[in-house]
Design a protein around this ligand. Structure first.
Ligand SMILES: C[S@@+](CC[C@H](N)C(=O)[O-])C[C@H]1O[C@@H](n2cnc3c(N)ncnc32)[C@H](O)[C@@H]1O
Length: 283
């Protein structure tokens, strides 16, 4: 069969777009497949390649780049953590984890309330032996604060290769079974059965790429419990009724579900804990 000329022009434009985006310093570590998904959306919207490249970079900034404010120094960070681990001082190790989490704008917001966050959300659950963390950012560095069960396994996903490499080194350092992986969770939602899934401040990001991403994710994740959260203010610090809007969005997403749901409010984060096993409703 003859190749469709329109498709091959499109295909070569998409390859050029992806190569151009990967050549930018800020986006060189992002999954090629994810850039291709955004790139094809932008090629359909824009009449020329240059505009589509610019729009793809803007979208990548909105959904990922904006959270990493300065350049990530993964080698230095792992060295700091290794040094703290060698010293065997748990408090020093936790301080090192906090200082690294401070480099991810979204993960950083949780630092003042780390103890309270996991005790409130996880302490009354049955032992948690398997966790997935979708669109994780640097959140896996909070594992030392989580009351996980003996031998628990942790699986974390984000779009950055260098972040996944760093998180894998971190997990080896703390002897945490599992892995971090570069993955677009919109196209490839993890569906293995786990006790707990973290979907922390992820839905607003993912819905900028696909408006059905939140619904699909909540359905497809095969966890007994899901901790789903939303920011209560924008990265710039403005509130603009965000919490109320996201609360309405969440209720819209779970409208037809018979899941048992608990609501928690923290200073910087609105959280819903879904129990898919024992369906009841909201409280
Ligand atoms: C608002 S941050 C939340 C980070 C983390 N969950 C937390 O709350 O600390 C959103 C994260 O989603 C990641 N991300 C965006 N789109 C993604 C996708 N399609 N698949 C996986 N991760 C994605 C970004 O790189 C960023 O780290």
């Amino acid at each position: 069969m003859e190749p469709c000329p329109e498709r091959s022009v499109w295909g070569s434009q998409l390859d050029q777009l992806v190569d151009a985006v990967l050549a930018s310093r800020n986006y060189r570590h992002i999954s090629r497949d994810f850039i291709a998904v955004l790139g094809s959306q932008e090629l359909a919207r824009h009449s020329n390649l240059k505009e589509a490249i610019k729009a793809t970079r803007n979208k990548l900034h909105q959904v990922g780049g904006a959270y990493i404010e300065s350049e990530a120094h993964y080698a230095a960070w792992i060295a700091l953590l290794q040094q703290a681990a060698v010293n065997g001082d748990n408090d020093q190790f936790k301080r090192a984890c906090k200082s690294v989490m401070g480099f991810h704008a979204s993960t950083r917001e949780r630092l003042p309330m780390l103890e309270q966050f996991y005790t409130t959300l996880l302490a009354d659950l049955p032992p948690v032996r398997s966790v997935i963390d979708v669109a994780c950012g640097l959140h896996p560095l909070a594992i030392p604060w989580m009351p996980l069960g003996q031998g628990a396994q942790y699986y974390a996903y984000d779009i950055y290769h260098d972040m996944a490499d760093f998180l894998n080194e971190f997990m080896v350092l703390i002897h945490m079974p599992g892995y971090a992986q570069t993955r677009d969770v919109i196209q490839h939602c993890p569906t293995s059965k786990v006790d707990l899934a973290f979907v922390l401040k992820a839905i607003p990001c993912l819905e900028q790429v696909d408006k059905n991403a939140g619904l699909h994710l909540l359905d497809a994740i095969n966890a007994d419990h899901l901790v789903v959260s939303f920011p209560v203010h924008s990265l710039g610090g403005r509130k603009k009724g965000m919490a109320a809007n996201y609360e309405a969005r969440f209720h819209d997403l779970v409208r037809h579900k018979n899941w048992s749901i608990k609501r928690f409010e923290f200073a910087t984060e609105l959280v819903f804990r879904i129990n898919k096993k024992d369906s009841q409703g909201c409280s």
